[in-house]
Write a protein that binds this ligand. Structure first.
Ligand SMILES: C[C@H](O)[C@@H](O)[C@@H](O)C(=O)CO
Ligand SMILES: [Mn+2]
Length: 593
């Protein structure tokens, strides 16, 4: 494989701002201000990693920033170093608009030290006012409890804000300049696969590329993939995966020979899909130099249904394995591929993955099961977390195998970044999965779906981007838990749909209000057929990220105390923050407009 796209990952730039008055004031503050920058840098590099497992890289301005000249020197250094995120820190009063970061596309935060000797908070207020007045939204950070001058510890609440801001800001910087690659076009009229290039360009700073599915066919037929890799991958699949029951009616069953061919094609499709996204230097060795380059795609989408799947094996194996944290080459970051070319779910997967570094579960929001309906069908009402009903998340492809919930911390199911996953956990994820011959009534060309059931009791968040005419993109978020049903209920409910697909039973956290009045309301307010499930209660991170892209959040159940947006949002109202969000997003408009 070629070196992966995003090999130049954006760095975090720290700007120590200072009171520029020489002969006393500035000199007395130099050390403390620089120390604050170093403490922040150390905290971030020790805590955060990029999706490839490397610790985040931080650059500190060469001098403290006392005025415009030094602000410019920092900006130049940051440009050369590839800084994509800026954090200004200061323990003292400095000169607002003279020291501020003016780059319109770099997400910005300012930490004003809460002390008494020198007024860091006064600067914070002044510079945020300048940011707001100039239409350059910035996040304010101000510790709740007063610290003594020279105290170099970063209080817990400041740490939380630094992390929430930096994680989201890095996502903005990592997505910029990358591509969404459509393989095929619109799948079955699904709106998310009517790819909106204006949205990608103006909101995310991304490109759109589109290729016909015949490119897959050409590569399959002409052998434009690494045959050695295929042989290795095929052996790995044969050795590790169980092929489950073919549940097709006799008349629609494919022969064993055909299914073996389908499996081979499915594996080749996965290799080719990845090559299309990021390239592969082995292809250049074979004379396919153009193909070896890849397409700088952070996200891809595969139309599949119906023209491809009516004739060729479906994309389920390709989507599942690419989205997982491992394959025949070992553990590695997921390659994001949206099923049914649902670009809006694809982008939501990128948000979730880049925020958490873990694999994402792409799913249909399939069925709301009320307690009454469950009782009618299974003979008993659901209990525990499932007692108020639950939602069946299910789709033929795309759900990462990490979604089995077979990774553990202290005996509890989790999804981990790939570098923390053990070999045993990879084996367990595979063991918990069956490759099932695809339903040939849906997929005439055969293929293999991945059948698993997600472990219960995992804190998770489902999210979805929607585009609304006249409004633009909006994000919806629901935090909740996975649940497990008893075997009897599980089998009855699962068999009613397509049991060859991965199932997750999901229960949202209810607030008793609005869309979170009950489980039914969450389902009823979902904006499309798909969602993305991310591990953890990460709704607050999604909200912060959405505000950076100026995407309003129309529905969420994140506790108010965790909501963190740029200071300007407060200027649009403080009691009805959902309306303030809409107002701010409208006024600021897309980040790259
Ligand atoms: C096989 C079917 O067409 C499914 O793929 C379909 O119901 C969906 O997933 C719709 O999102
Ligand atoms: Mn679907």
């Amino acid at each position: 494989m070629t070196k992966r796209y995003l090999n130049d990952l954006p760095k975090i730039g720290i700007r120590p701002a200072i009171d520029g008055r020489r002969n006393g004031v500035r000199e007395s503050l130099e050390k403390t201000t620089m120390a604050m920058a170093h403490a922040t840098a150390q905290f971030l590099t020790e805590t955060l990693r990029y999706f490839n497992g490397q610790p985040v890289e931080v650059v500190i301005a060469d001098t403290c920033i006392g005025g415009v000249a030094e602000a410019n020197m920092a900006a130049e250094k940051f440009r050369k170093e590839g800084v994509g995120v800026s954090i200004t820190v200061t323990p003292c009063w400095c000169y607002g608009s003279e020291t501020m970061d003016m780059d319109p596309h770099t997400p910005k935060a300012i930490w004003g030290f809460n002390g008494t000797e020198r007024p860091g908070a006064v600067y914070l207020a002044a510079v945020l006012a300048a940011h707001n007045q100039k239409g350059l939204p910035a996040f304010g950070i101000y510790g709740e409890d007063v610290q003594d001058a020279g105290d170099q510890t970063i209080p817990q609440d400041v740490q939380e804000k630094l992390l929430r801001f930096t994680k989201a800001a890095l996502v903005v910087a990592m997505m910029r300049g990358k591509s969404y690659l459509s393989i095929g076009s619109v799948s079955m009229g699904i709106a998310g696969s009517i790819v909106k290039d204006d949205f990608f360009q103006e909101y995310l700073g991304m490109r759109n590329e589109s290729i016909d599915s015949t490119e897959l066919l050409r590569r399959l037929e002409l052998g434009i993939y690494d045959e050695e890799e295929f042989t290795h991958a095929y052996k790995w699949v044969k050795k590790n995966f169980t092929v489950g029951k073919d549940q097709n009616k006799e008349t629609y069953k494919r022969s064993e020979d055909k299914k073996e061919e389908d499996l081979k094609t499915s594996i080749k499709m996965a290799i080719i899909g990845r090559d299309l996204m990021i390239g592969n230097k082995k292809l250049a060795d074979k004379g396919f130099i153009e193909e070896s380059m890849g397409r700088n795609a952070l996200i891809a989408g595969f139309q599949g249904q119906r023209q491809w799947t009516d004739h060729y094996p479906n994309g389920d194996f390709m989507e599942t394995i690419l989205n997982s944290s491992f394959d025949w080459n070992g553990k590695r970051a997921p390659f994001l591929m949206a099923t049914e070319n649902d670009s809006l779910n694809g982008v939501t997967m990128a948000f979730g993955h880049l925020l958490t570094n873990t694999a994402q579960i792409f799913a249909d929001v399939r069925t709301y099961w009320s307690p009454k309906a469950v009782e009618r069908v299974t003979g008993s009402a659901p209990t525990g977390k499932a007692s108020a009903g639950f939602i069946h998340l299910l789709n033929s492809g795309a759900a990462a195998l990490d979604g089995t919930g077979q990774q553990n911390i202290d005996g509890k199911p989790v999804l981990k970044p790939f570098w923390e996953i053990t070999d045993e956990e990879v084996a367990s994820c595979i063991e918990a999965t069956q490759l099932r011959p695809a339903s040939t009534e849906y997929f005439r060309g055969g293929g293999f779906s991945t059948d698993f059931t997600t472990k219960g009791d995992m804190p998770v968040t489902i999210a979805r981007l929607n585009i609304v005419k006249g409004l633009g993109p909006v994000l919806q978020i629901a935090e909740g838990f996975t649940v497990e049903l008893d075997d009897h209920a599980h089998l009855l409910l699962d068999e009613r749909t397509d049991p060859t697909w991965p199932t997750t039973w999901f229960v949202p956290n209810l607030t008793g209000e609005g869309a979170f009045t009950d489980v039914y309301s969450v389902m009823a307010n979902w904006g499309a057929n798909h969602c993305v499930m991310s591990y953890g209660h990460v709704g607050a991170d999604f909200i912060t990220l959405a505000s950076m892209f100026r995407i309003p959040v129309n529905m969420h159940n994140v506790p108010a105390k965790d909501i963190y947006r740029p200071s300007a949002w407060g200027m649009f109202g403080t009691s009805q923050i959902e309306q303030a969000d809409y107002g701010a997003c409208k006024v600021f408009g897309p980040l790259y407009k």
